[in-house]
Design a protein around this ligand. Structure first.
Ligand code: PNS
Length: 160
C-alpha cells in the first residue's frame, strides 16, 4: 500500500497548540505526518534545532508522527521522503497571500505535490510562535496556548 504521507514544515520556534491542533487533526487524515524543521543559517532562532525537536517530541507522541530537519527546497525533501502533500494551517486572511504563493510555487516545482490547508481551532487562529515568545518575555499568560513543557523551556530560556 502507498502510505499517504504529509509534510508539515516550518520553524517551530517553538511549537504551540495551534501547530499541535493541525498535527492531531492531520493524523486522522494522513497515514504519516513528517514535521520538517527548516534549517536556515541566516535566521536567528530562540531554540536550537535539537531543542525544537525535543520540544515537539515531548509535546506530541504518536507512532505516525516523525520529526525531521531539512535545508534547501521543501519539494526536494519531499521527494526524498516519497511525500506528496504539504500540510499547512491557514489562520487568517493575512496568511492567504503568502500561502497562495508558496502553494503555487511548490506545485510549479513539482506538479505532483499538493498543498492541503486546514483551519486551526478558533482559539488558535491568532496564535504564532513570535507572539508567544513576546508575551512570555514580558510575563503575560499563554499557558493555555502552549504545552507545559514549552512554557517551562521558554521561561528558562528567557530567564523568567
Ligand atoms: O513556518 P513558516 O515560516 O511559514 O514555514 C515556511 C516554510 C519552511 C514552509 C518555507 O519557508 C519553506 O518551505 N522553505 C524551504 C525553502 C523552499 O522550499 N522555498 C520555496 C517555497 S515556495
Amino acid at each position: 500500500m502507498n502510505k499517504k504521507i504529509a509534510v508539515y514544515a516550518g520553524s517551530f520556534d517553538p511549537i504551540h497548540n495551534g501547530h499541535i491542533d493541525i498535527i492531531k487533526r492531520g493524523l486522522k487524515i494522513f497515514d504519516e505526518i513528517i514535521v520538517a524543521i527548516l534549517i536556515n543559517e541566516e535566521k536567528k532562532y530562540l531554540f536550537s534545532i535539537e531543542e525544537r525537536i525535543k520540544l515537539i517530541k515531548k509535546s506530541i507522541n504518536n507512532k505516525n508522527l516523525k520529526v525531521e530537519t531539512f535545508s534547501g527546497l521543501l519539494v526536494d525533501f519531499m521527494k526524498m521522503k516519497n511525500a506528496k502533500v504539504i500540510l499547512r494551517g491557514l489562520r487568517a486572511v493575512s496568511d492567504f497571500e503568502y500561502e497562495f504563493q508558496m502553494a503555487l510555487m511548490n506545485h510549479h516545482l513539482n506538479p505532483e505535490i499538493e498543498t492541503f490547508f486546514m483551519v486551526p481551532k478558533e482559539e488558535y487562529t491568532y496564535l504564532s510562535s513570535k507572539l508567544v515568545k513576546e508575551v512570555v518575555k514580558f510575563g503575560g499568560d499563554v499557558s493555555s496556548l502552549i504545552p507545559e513543557v514549552v512554557h517551562q523551556a521558554l521561561k528558562n530560556k528567557l530567564k523568567f
